[in-house]
Design a protein. Structure first.
Length: 141
């Protein structure tokens, strides 16, 4: 893989996302555990607590990787974006089912939250240089 350079602003947001992911993971294991369980869609054929624990492990791994594995940041950004896509059904389920969690206790607040997931996906890709990587890969073809 070619060396993709990122700016200080991109690095700032990469670090911010890493800290955000680690904080969210801590919430999975402790004070927000019930909120995360409430967000797991009913159609997932696993115990909700197990899903919360497993996703917390993935979140802490991705968060630490965003902070410390900068050599692989493009791949980590892609992995984080995929993770955000995979957990998005939980946000949709929270909206559709009217589940109150994370202080989102109105349909409007749950709806507004849905629009932040694409922002997180974009930030994961942009802050790690993955978008530039995709562009340069396309130009080489």
């Amino acid at each position: 893989m070619e060396n993709i350079q990122t700016t200080k602003t991109q690095n700032f947001f990469r670090i911010l996302l890493g800290i955000f992911m680690i904080t969210a993971a801590i919430g999975h294991f402790t004070f927000q555990r019930a909120d995360f369980q409430a967000q797991v869609p009913n159609w997932i054929p696993l115990d909700k607590d197990l899903v919360v624990i497993l996703s917390g492990i993935v979140e802490i791994a991705l968060g630490l990787a965003m902070l410390f594995l900068t050599r692989y940041r493009v791949y980590i950004g892609i992995a984080l974006a995929i993770f955000y896509v995979l957990v998005f059904p939980g946000n949709i389920a929270q909206y559709i089912n009217g589940t109150s969690a994370f202080g989102l206790d109105t349909d409007l607040s749950r709806l507004i939250r849905l629009f932040f997931q694409p922002v997180l996906i974009f930030l994961a890709l942009w802050s790690t240089g993955a978008i530039a990587f995709f562009k340069s890969s396309r130009q080489r073809k």
